[in-house]
Write a protein that binds this ligand. Sequence first.
Ligand code: AMP
Ligand code: MG
Length: 393
Amino acid sequence: MITEGQALARILENVSPRRTRTAPLIQARDRFAAKDVVARVALPGFDNSAMDGYAVVAAACAEGKSQRLIGEQPAGVDRELRIEPGETVRVFTGAPIPKGADAVVMQEDVRVEGPEIFVNTKVEQGEFIRRRGCDLSEGQKIVETGTRLRAQTLALLASQGFADVEIGGEVRVAIVSTGDELVPPGGHLGAGQIFDSNSVLLQSLVKKYGATIADVRHCPDEAAAIERAFRDALQFDVLIVLGGVSVGARDLVKPALNAIGAQTDLWRVSVKPGKPFLFGRAGHCFIFGLPGNPVSAFVTFLLFVRPALLRLMGAGNDELPLARTNAILAAELNNDADRPHYVRGQIAEGKFTPIGRQESHALYGLSRANALLRIPPGETFRAGTSVLVIPLD
Ligand code: AMP
Ligand code: MG
């Protein structure tokens, strides 16, 4: 059986970013930049006042000395005013600095008497002037290909006058849940049946990471129905199949993939939960088979599907690993299995506490977990030691 690392490497060597598109800034949050972007205007674009106050020549402002008020410079226009030593111009925050001025005095530090002002403080050269280009120069790189566009980055692009940005392509995902026992939420549950919870889980996760849900279906455990659903899904970028990838007689996903001519690149990974995970492809559609137990589906999505979706969406390498953070382990944990075990837990005030039943069907515990801890096979982690956990939120 291959390791998690080998599985992920095999998946990532197959998927490559989809065709890029141009999007208005406001629709680009959490998408990935498809091009480097370079500043085309300096920030600030001109010397301007950081305060409501008075522009002066610092050297002429010995304490108590009066300055002659010769005009007013608001923000939004440049009146091209000029001052000589001993003169001053009323300025407002963001207003262009009059020529000759080398400082701004806050209005709180000034007494105004008719056409004169008296400065009640020491004035330093350069004070309260925001110099052109002090934040950013023209030509400086402001966005790197493959990085996530955050609100702050989008604001920076807006400050450059860009109305839109080149981002990674849309990734359309079809989800097919399989199983005779499944009833859609809202339906009527017969004896021996369960509600289909994975479909909602996977739709939510796919949306969370920014891909598009193109189609959602449920199939009974019948070869013909499953094959038909798969064929229909191949028009999309990704097919996520839920359940039916194990080794039982009712596990029809692998034979169905064979029947429609899809290629299975890997099946079964050394991970707990999630061993029966499958990855394959047909044409330009990438196929992920997730085990039906909800925790297995969740863990294999995070480990294998999430990075593939991000790569298809144009994410750079830095974006692919799951974030990890240090925590102190509240209770001893050991893994006597031969596969790495992802333990569900809660992290609070720097402490990780396992939560709920650690079995792959235990959805309630998963619903309360906000972090996962990976324990390598055969290892014991003692209470009180520092461990690296994967936050989920
Ligand atoms: P399977 O992977 O199809 O063998 O299913 C493994 C376990 O997960 C069985 O107990 C199934 O009833 C359950 N299961 C399969 N699909 C789902 C689903 N969509 N929602 C909730 N449980 C499921
Ligand atoms: Mg099944």
